[in-house]
Structures are given as C-alpha cells and as structure tokens.
Design a protein around this ligand. Structure first.
Ligand SMILES: [Zn+2]
Length: 275
C-alpha cells in the first residue's frame, strides 16, 4: 500500500476508541496513512498522545488545553504542559483556541489560556494547532496580540518554497469564510480541511478550498468526530481522511494522488517531520 496520506488532526486517545484501539492501530498500519498527529486536549490526553508517538512510527503528538478544558487551570498545569512538550515526537502545541458555541462558556479562562499557550509555543518555537468555533474575531486578535505572527516567531522557521513567511499556525477544521482564510494565509498560516467539506451544506468550505493555494492546505479527520461522506453516520477513523483528500482533489480539479502528495508534504513541513 502506497503511504501517501497525512491526517494532521485526530484523537487516538479519545474514549470513543476504548473498545477497539488495537484494531484501530492495525487498520491504520494497513492503510495509505504515512503519518497522523494525535492531538491532546488536556494534560492526560496529551501525555497519552506522546506515548502513542513514542510507540508508533506513523504517529506524532500535539499537546495542549482545548478551550473547553481551561477552567480552573493554574501554573502547575502550564509546567505540566511544558514537560510534555519536551518529550520526543511531540511536534506542536494544540489544540488550543476559543469555542464560543455554548452559551455558558467560560470565555475569560479560554482567552487567558489561549494567550498563555501561544506565548509558550513562541518561546519554544513550536507549531500551533488552532481550534476556533464561533469566535473568528477574538481568535485572530488573540493570535496577533500574543506574537503568533510576529517577526520574532517568523524568524524561527525557514520561509516557504515561494519565499513567503511561515508562521507555523494551522487553523484546524477551518469553518470560516474564504476571505478569513485569505487573511490567515497572508499572515503565514495554513488551513486544515476536515470531513465537513464533503457535506451537502459545505458551500463555504468548498469556496475556501477553491480560494486557498494547494500549498497552504492540509487534510484531517478530527476522528472520532466529523465523519466524512460516504462514511457519515459511523464513528470516524483516521483512514477516512482519504475521503476529504478526494474532495479536495475534486474541487481543485486534480488527481487524488496529487492532492494526497501535496497535503502530505504540507503536513510534514508544518509539523517539521523530516525523513
Ligand atoms: Zn480535535
């Protein structure tokens, strides 16, 4: 099997896989997946993601506090995160960001911890995976205010092949407008496309894929959530990233292999994976 796929965002440690994690791993090993990144959402899942990265050659990890898990965190938690980020094959800070979807959300702690984790990623010169839901303006503002696109940060990473700056900021499961995607790309960020691009109501995200240059796009599953068509209705799996890549290929008018290779290379560059 030719290994040409990169799932840049999934959750192997999610309790949704507790009943069959070994099957999940062997399915990944038999598939076209070359790499995936197991994303942490708190200290425990980040540490387990780091363990998976140490165990499986296809796996890298990201560590961070997802916005819904920031209430009540203290300095000890930041120290714990710093420790996990120093482990081998922990390649990024994430997922971090803002989620204003639910009304009772604790915006104050979300914003505080988003800022603290951006600063930590800048200090450690690590890539950042962003979760942003119903929070477009604050996400952009807090990223800018905390140096995510600063000269100092851009100087940490080599420029792209076309000479444009690389901020190593990835907007996970991007759900914003094509105009917002353009703004992020101009700042040096990349856009990650997930399963919803295959849904009937995906007009906005289809437009994002049309607008953004292929060199700025990665593909992801966010598994076990957001299962792409035609698998929708089942639990999502990293191997289903194929369907999102096929959709990107269709929108861009290129072959599946070309879309797979481009999103693989973009993911490797973003996470700093060298072979
Ligand atoms: Zn996620």
């Amino acid at each position: 099997m030719e290994k040409i796929l990169f799932d840049t965002h999934c959750h192997l440690t999610d309790e949704g896989y507790d009943d069959g994690r070994e099957d999940l791993i062997s399915e990944i090993e038999r598939s076209q997946i070359r790499y995936l990144v197991d994303i942490g959402t708190d200290l425990e899942s980040s540490e387990r993601a780091a363990e998976n990265a140490a165990r499986y050659p296809f796996c890298y990890a990201a560590a961070g506090f997802w916005p819904g898990n920031t209430t009540g965190l203290g300095d000890g938690d930041l120290a714990g995160l710093r420790r996990i980020l120093s482990m081998p094959r922990v390649a990024a800070v994430g997922e971090i960001g803002l989620d204003y979807h639910y009304e009772d959300t604790d915006k104050e702690s979300q914003q505080l911890w988003f800022a603290r984790q951006i600063k930590l990623a800048c200090e450690l010169a690590l890539p950042i995976c962003i979760h942003s839901r119903d929070a477009d303006d604050d996400t952009m503002r807090i990223l800018k205010e905390n140096g995510a696109f600063s000269k100092e940060r851009l100087a940490c990473f080599p420029p792209r092949a076309d000479g444009s700056p690389d901020a190593r900021v990835l907007l996970h499961c991007f759900s914003g407008s094509a105009e917002l995607a353009r703004q992020y790309v101009r700042l040096g960020a990349d856009i990650s496309i997930a399963g919803p691009v295959t849904y009937k109501n995906a007009r906005k995200t289809v437009e994002v894929v049309q607008t953004v240059d292929l060199s700025r796009l990665t593909a992801e599953t966010d598994a076990p959530y957001l299962t792409p068509v035609p698998m929708r209705g089942r639990r999502n799996l990293p191997v289903y990233v194929e369907h999102t890549v096929r959709k990107i290929a269709e929108i861009k008018g290129i072959s599946y292999e070309e879309a797979a290779m481009a999103t693989l290379e973009n993911g490797m560059r973003f996470y700093g994976i060298k072979e």
